[in-house]
Design a protein. Sequence first.
Length: 277
Amino acid sequence: MTGPRIPESQPPTEYFAALERTTPIVNSDNGVPTTTSMRVANGTQNEHASVLRLIRDNLADFEEFGGVGFEIAPFDTAGGVQKREVAILNEEHATLLLTYMRNNDVVRDFKKRLVREFSALRRATATPPARPLPQTYAAALRELATEVEARELAEARARELAVPASAWNELAEAAGDYSVADAAKVLSRDPKISTGERRLFTYMDSIDWLFRRDGRWRAYQAQVDNGRLVEKVGKPYVRDGQMVNGEPTVRITPKGLAALHQKLGGTGQLELMAVVS
């Protein structure tokens, strides 16, 4: 089996190098750690078309480990916005894909990074093992007292950190969504999170919620469909004697805000204010 050809003299661009340093290659998709064919192509310095073809040519092998999802994602080029197909890969898919590639220093380094990120995300989302049951009545009482004390401390801390519902009401519009600037303010009320409008835009770009078109942020359709983001048409204005709609603006729904709060390592307080279906 022949994998995609890796160019022998293809140094990464400055943009690629910066992106690789700051962008996670594994994300959680509804609790399942996943990566994409584009991230594998970038990380191994392969042409994305070659990586996608390798998956397509061996799709039966990959689907022994679960269905491979394919999405159409827009991206900016010098000639304007183009569209490309991207494969969504679970851990087994990604591992199998890398075994089909020729080994070199770049591929080996990417394999190690991929293993580390999948492992870290699994640990972060793993369910802790059940504690053994107490064997005596006295032990059960001690355990109950410890749990009650811990719960009371947690509730007291929650009252200190909880964002008042009025803060959400003040920031939310009638439709119940938030500008990115306002969402950053709400998220930053959590002591575990420090972000701002620009950093939040950049973060949502890194987790494939947003992309740029003609210099403006746009929402991926998948995030609109799952209720995390909406796009609001801008205020109409007159141009060349015609009334036209303003540029659409990306806004974050309560569901999206709760998801961002979790992804950014929040303490759990904001989830009390946004219902996640």
